[in-house]
Write a protein that binds this ligand. Sequence first.
Ligand SMILES: [Zn+2]
Length: 356
Amino acid sequence: MKTRLLLLTLSLLGLFACQNQFYSSEDFTKVEKIDAHFHIYTDYNSSVSQAMEDHFRLLAINTNSESCGAVGENHQIARSLKEVHPREIEFSATFCLDGWDEPGWAETTIRWLDSCIADGAVAVKVWKNIGMVYRDRDSNLVMIDDPRFDPVFSWLAGKKIPLVGHLGEPRNCWLPFEQMTTRNDSSYFSRHPEYHMFRHPEMPSYEEQLAARDRMLEKNPGLVFIGCHLASLEWSVDELAHWLDRFPNTAVDLAARMGQLFFQTRDDREKVRQFFISYQDRLLYGTDIIDSGSSKPENFRKRIHDTWTSDWRYLTTDETLTSPLINGEFRGLKLPKTVVDKIYSQNARKWYRAFP
Ligand SMILES: [Zn+2]
């Protein structure tokens, strides 16, 4: 009788321990999380309130997507936001290319970045306009491995400030609409034909964009690099794994590429799950949500909350899911708690040396 009771207790304990290895949908609000790729470009944002409600902290990334003036204004917005919400907010700096052809560009840029870091910025962002838009005085596209960037990147490496890079685009960008794998890509490139590289064969290829990025990393092995959007290798976890092996000083965020992960999970869930487990120290959760203050606060808050909760279900449960981003059903990855905690907060803390 005693033995049976002991066995029953042991098996119940085992069951409990097993269940304890995983989170559930209900754990969403309880667990501390970081959205490591977020944009806030307004003083009247509703992001922080929703983040606090959902137990998120936000890395607000400044991006040079408009003008030098906007870079300065958005820096001031982030700086003030950090003052009001020191715990909830961290922010990145960025720089613009005005004066690129003048001899003092690198020195001026370093002075600007130094002042941003003194204001509290934890990283520096570079965007796809390097490689796709910006041309020097001889009309040559400025690529990210241009030697004129070298002093800036080696200065960042010396300061241990990470460079956050959205360089190149998803591979879908070089494909016709009917071959694109996710709906967010086809909708983005139909709204932005200027970035749909399939229509611009005179521009650098997908491979050339990534090769320039990789040459820059080879030149700067001491630079910490966070590849936004799965480092533009979103279409294949195998390719991404090779790249992470090749450049040990890098991590990637998942921002705006969940559809690509759903797509691969639909075809081979075990492979994607194994990728997450093998590279659990190199992956950062992020959404790329932009708060421009233009949506009604309640609608915007619902949109953020829905994105955060559906991503949580995909990463933590094994429910059968659908997404407006792709066709068909796929199963959640049900990653162990230890992996979820790294992807949702520990990795952002470690790689950005932020969110104490
Ligand atoms: Zn972004």
